[in-house]
Design a protein around this ligand. Structure first.
Ligand code: HEM
Length: 162
């Protein structure tokens, strides 16, 4: 029942004119792919930098809080670009993606969990990001890092389940 309505939604989405444009144009699909990857580079890059800093890895010229403050805007700009590109890629073959276990795991399980932890870390940054990061902050940084590695692993596995 849920499967059926997911596929029905996918069929509806992939027949919208913007989705047909992405799927059928010679240049639109690679352009949208590049958009997804550009956003991801910004999002994952700034997130990993902050997590490593929380874990005490790398130079300590600035506290994790100072690094976080510098990267915060770029972090979320990257996220919104990645989601926009990801949504357009998804819309081009939505019904197929909605029965792909790797895609469903990435979008339905791993990204929501990673995102919740990301927001918890950001909200705790004032407290955790000082000179001496508490143990819980180091563990949170490590777990978030592992979550995003899992998201990327699920994403690159999508074609193998197609
Ligand atoms: C923000 C966290 C995200 C990360 C880290 C991520 C990561 C990736 C990566 C690494 C790929 C490349 C797969 C490959 O070509 O080998 C990919 C592709 C893709 N992503 Fe994302 N993504 C994210 C968010 C999203 C969202 C929110 C959507 C959908 C709404 C999405 C939809 C897609 C689709 C449809 C593909 C193409 C899969 C294929 O056919 O190979 N992504 N993603």
């Amino acid at each position: 029942m849920i499967d059926g309505s997911l596929v029905a939604f996918g069929n509806w989405l992939q027949n919208r004119s913007f989705a047909l444009d992405v799927a059928t144009s010679d240049w639109a699909y690679p352009f949208v792919q590049a958009t997804h990857f550009t956003g991801l580079s910004l999002w994952v890059g700034t997130t990993v930098a902050t997590d490593l800093s929380l874990m005490g890895i790398g130079n300590q010229y600035q506290t994790p809080l100072q690094l976080f403050n510098v990267l915060f805007v770029w972090n979320w700009v990257g996220f919104f670009i990645a989601v926009l590109g990801g949504f357009l890629l998804f819309s081009a073959s939505a019904a197929t993606y909605l029965i792909n276990p790797a895609f469903l795991t990435k979008l339905g399980v791993l990204i929501p969990m990673a995102l919740v932890l990301h927001i918890v870390i950001q909200r705790r940054m004032r407290e955790w990001g000082q000179q001496e990061t508490p143990r819980v902050a180091r563990i949170a940084g490590l777990v978030e890092l592992l979550f995003w590695i899992s998201v990327v692993t699920a994403a690159v596995s999508i074609p193998y389940f197609a």
